[in-house]
Design a protein around this ligand. Structure first.
Ligand SMILES: Cc1cc2nc3c(=O)[nH]c(=O)nc-3n(C[C@H](O)[C@H](O)[C@H](O)COP(=O)(O)OP(=O)(O)OC[C@H]3O[C@@H](n4cnc5c(N)ncnc54)[C@H](O)[C@@H]3O)c2cc1C
Length: 435
């Protein structure tokens, strides 16, 4: 691979939003550079080991298709996906395959360290490559860093946390266990329903993904006996493609900011300690876990929320709850407000009315005071409530794909992003919007 000093489209951050943006733009024939600080792509989907994909279907209609379905199809080919649950490894190889096919250049192990800007245009970014700084020019920049890192470096508008309190959602270190006796686990849950969340479905189908969440009395007792951190509130896992394997979304790390290296360092240590405590509890006390073992912890702690862009439109919690529709819709979602509470803050899960969905306007991808910068995924322009719904993987992919389409149109017509009519973008993402 050779690295050029100029690309049509530069995508910062190779999570699902960045991958989808790069693949979409690359498929249209423009030159694309996708930059990632880690040695592998996937962001929260791999580094954070987040599985499964959240709900994105209403009345039998799948709301997110396009690049997202291509990722799913590639993972299924590798037997890396069951139902909506998947292995991080399958996500990585599916993404590499699609990025290569789309002709994108991928630059791993490279962190962007500065940005040059003239008036309202970002002109270049600087990356630390092979021990020296390397400056790369671009026509359009897409910030899919999760932390709005490009906006931060370019002094473009962003906000962070709750509008009143400044609080950020809790962090979670995912882990994976093997050799779980699922029959015993599910029989135990069915016999002790009051000890589990009331949303649990007890019609267990072992050919699909199974979710188990609760063990409240074990957690309470372990906290009282000081065997478990009081931050852990319940044990939650979903099954994975390999029989007997579970992916645990259980640790709960509070009062730390996922965009600070110092806080993240603390979070990694706190998270690993909690994982050790939970694994010990499961093996010693919970039927079905007697012969289980810890397979791995995620390479990095999972971050739900940091900076968000301030864009031409700010998607609000009301837009989510009332299922707002927009003329310039470029994506849809049906996942509700989901805030994992901080210390002294209640968690919130508020669903949409049955069968309803919302649309996401193209204006939420356009950053204020910036002529050639787009945002997608976790960086999307939204309130804290709006963000808590839009952040899930399928929606992040759809907003990323729309950015890729818009960026390619702007490059091909040598126009400003704001002079590209939304109808042209809608034609390119027609699979992801209402007919
Ligand atoms: C604990 C937890 C549980 C979740 N559960 C679910 C779930 O069950 N289902 C679901 O669908 N979603 C879930 N989500 C949400 C979802 O995983 C994420 O919001 C989504 O994957 C975000 O994708 P993204 O591409 O916007 O950002 P990210 O995946 O965060 O990707 C950003 C990328 O940018 C890179 N980057 C950052 N800064 C730089 C820089 N300066 N230079 C170069 N690269 C940089 C990062 O390394 C990363 O790879 C969960 C999230 C968490 C944390």
């Amino acid at each position: 691979m050779s690295l050029c000093s100029e690309y049509d489209v530069i995508v910062v951050g190779a999570g699902i939003a960045g991958i989808s943006a790069a693949v979409k733009a690359g498929r249209s024939g423009v030159s694309v550079l996708l930059i990632e600080q880690y040695g592998f792509v996937g962001g929260m989907s791999t580094a954070g080991m987040v599985s499964p994909f959240m709900k994105h279907e209403v009345n039998g209609e799948v709301l997110v298709r396009g690049v997202f379905e291509d990722i799913e199809r590639e993972m299924r080919k590798q037997h890396g996906m069951i139902d909506n649950g998947f292995f991080a490894n399958a996500f990585r190889s599916a993404s590499y395959h699609l990025l290569k096919e789309a002709g994108c250049t991928i630059l791993l192990h490279s962190i962007i360290s500065s940005v040059t800007k003239k008036n309202n245009r970002v002109e270049s970014i600087t990356v630390f490559v092979d021990g020296r700084e390397f400056t790369i020019k671009g026509k359009i920049f897409i910030d899919t860093s999760g932390d709005a890192q490009l906006l931060f470096l370019a002094d473009l508008p962003w906000v962070k946390g709750d509008e009143k309190t400044g609080l950020l959602q809790a962090l979670t270190l995912f882990f994976r266990m093997g050799n779980i006796n699922l029959k015993k686990v599910t029989e135990y849950a069915a016999r002790n329903k009051s000890d589990f969340f009331d949303w649990m479905d007890y019609n267990f189908d072992f050919t699909k993904i199974i979710s188990v969440a609760g063990y409240f009395s074990n957690v309470k007792k372990a906290i009282q006996e000081k065997r478990l951190s009081p931050e852990v509130q319940y044990i939650f896992f979903t099954t994975l493609p390999e029989s007997g394997e579970g992916s645990f979304n259980t640790s709960n790390i509070l009062e730390l900011d996922g965009s600070s290296s110092i806080d993240l360092t603390k979070a990694e240590l706190v998270g690993r300690n909690q994982v050790h405590q939970v694994v010990t509890l499961l093996k010693n006390e919970i039927p079905g876990f007697e012969h289980s073992y810890l397979l791995e912890t995620a390479p990095q702690v999972g971050i739900r929320e940091t900076r968000r862009a301030v864009g031409d439109y700010v998607v609000s919690g009301d837009d989510i709850k009332r299922g707002s529709k927009f003329d310039d819709a470029i994506a849809r979602g049906c996942y509700g407000i989901d805030i994992h509470g901080q210390k002294d803050e209640n968690s919130r899960m508020e669903h949409l009315a049955d069968g309803d969905y919302y649309e996401i306007p193209m204006r939420a991808l356009l950053v204020k005071n910036a002529d050639n910068v787009l945002v997608a995924g976790r960086c999307i322009s939204s309130t804290r409530e709006g963000h808590s719904a839009l952040r899930i993987q399928p929606t992040s992919s759809a907003t990323g794909e729309a950015c890729g389409a818009l960026a390619a149109l702007a490059v091909q017509s040598n126009s400003f992003i704001r002079s590209i009519g939304y109808k042209k973008v809608q034609e390119l993402v027609s699979n992801n919007i209402s007919k």
